[in-house]
Design a protein around this ligand. Structure first.
Ligand SMILES: [Zn+2]
Length: 407
């Protein structure tokens, strides 16, 4: 079949793609960890639409989670049978991160997506709405053309990506849904022209550090122990030491060094005139695979012990998430070669392979020895205020997905 015709069909679907992106991102799908109700409503809306597309099969593989009202975290799978047994999976996630500081949203409210010029702005529009819609409409284009794809296309819409994927892709992997000879694309990150395919990632480490001092009156700090001051000192000490000790650079990665970021801070006292007796901070660390995550943890523990001794505070460390970098996906794995040749034929360039920050669904496949390539065309505005999807990218990526199914 001629690619031009297929591409034209995808382009014709552009208005519907924009409409679907807006509709889907109107439904907040925030994890319970972040005060949300999960993805059930969004999944219901999506499933309703999937049933009109003409897939050969639609499956649900929900995971039990008592923390959300529905008691379930939804995972939806839609299958379009191909001429061969070979399967192409396109895995996107339903959940989104919370809006963050509301006043930073200048164009629209987070869950009221709007079209401004060539962009759709709203929480989840890039991460992962753009790719979700692109994958869906690549199949719709094939259906409209009456094309049976060469390989079976399986679209997976999963829960819980932003908080560690236990109720999402990990649940599906544990159920044995995937085979080693599957071609898997995770379009959940990339660069602005789609010339970068991620095949390796950094180790991920999320930490919660709690400092216990003694609460007292603001005018009598000598009667207490200011946990906030010690917490800040610990944070800056860790920031400095970790960057210094694990300072190697590797140009194979998009951010070429390990990152150690103090991020979340739990609220302490309500009043200005109370010396806080407790302080809780968080770190998001993305570590180059050459380092052992346990060595990083040892350095952190050493620092905490030192501050305990020095200040008399009690400082505890909780590991919120720890994902050591999985095996390197070979640069000539089938899915990488397939993607490269689709990009060459649709966009005319040779894509490069390399590493990113880590923590995506692709990591869990790689851990199982199942090749998965992380790729999409995005401006990398995920998790930011006024997050957007560039419509042109959504349409262009839908063409690549359609091509991957047929070539
Ligand atoms: Zn994402």
């Amino acid at each position: 079949m001629q690619n031009d015709k297929l591409f034209k069909e995808v382009e014709n679907l552009k208005p519907q793609m924009i409409e679907k992106l807006i509709e889907i991102n109107r439904v907040p799908a925030v994890a319970p960890e972040n005060g949300g109700e999960g993805e059930m409503e969004k999944a219901a809306k999506l499933t309703q639409f999937l049933e009109t597309v003409g897939f050969d099969k639609i499956e649900r593989h929900d995971a039990d989670d008592g923390r959300v009202p529905s008691g379930k975290r939804p995972n939806v799978i839609a299958i379009l049978l191909g001429e061969t047994k070979q399967r192409l999976w396109i895995v996107t996630h339903l959940d989104v991160v919370p809006p963050g500081e509301p006043s930073l949203w200048k164009v629209t409210r987070p869950f009221e997506p709007v079209v401004v010029g060539e962009k759709v702005i709203g929480r989840g529009c890039e991460d992962n709405g753009q790719s979700l819609v692109a994958s869906l409409f690549s199949v719709i284009a094939l259906k409209h053309m009456g094309v049976k794809p060469k390989r079976t296309v399986v679209l997976a819409f999963v829960a819980d990506e932003e908080q560690g994927s236990i109720f999402g892709i990990q649940h599906l992997i544990a159920k044995g849904l995937f085979r080693k000879d599957d071609r898997i694309v995770v379009p959940d990150g990339g660069n602005s022209d789609g010339s970068f395919i991620e095949i390796i990632e950094k180790s991920l480490l999320w930490l919660r550090i709690r400092t216990i001092g003694k609460q007292t009156h603001g005018s009598l700090p000598n009667k207490g122990l200011n946990a906030h001051r010690i917490g800040m000192q610990v944070a800056t000490a860790l920031d400095e030491r970790l960057h210094k000790k694990f300072s190697a650079r590797d140009e194979f990665f998009d951010v070429p060094e390990s990152t150690f970021e103090p991020t979340k801070k739990e609220q302490n006292v309500e009043a200005i005139n109370i010396v806080p007796g407790e302080d809780v901070i968080y770190f998001d660390c993305r570590i180059l695979p050459r380092y052992n995550v346990d060595d990083v943890l040892k350095e952190i523990e050493r620092t905490l012990m030192e501050f305990e001794k020095k200040t008399g505070a009690k400082i505890t460390l909780e590991i919120v998430q720890k994902q050591p970098a999985p095996n390197l996906l070979s640069a000539d794995a089938d899915i990488v070669r397939l993607l490269k040749s689709a990009l060459k034929s649709a966009r005319g360039f040779d894509a490069t392979v390399g590493g990113f920050g880590g923590g995506s669904c692709a990591a869990f496949f790689r851990k199982q020895g199942i090749p998965a390539a992380l790729w999409s065309t995005v401006d990398e505005v995920a998790h930011q205020p006024d997050e957007y999807c560039k419509v042109e990218n959504m349409v262009a990526d839908a063409k690549i997905f359609a091509l991957l199914a047929t070539m």
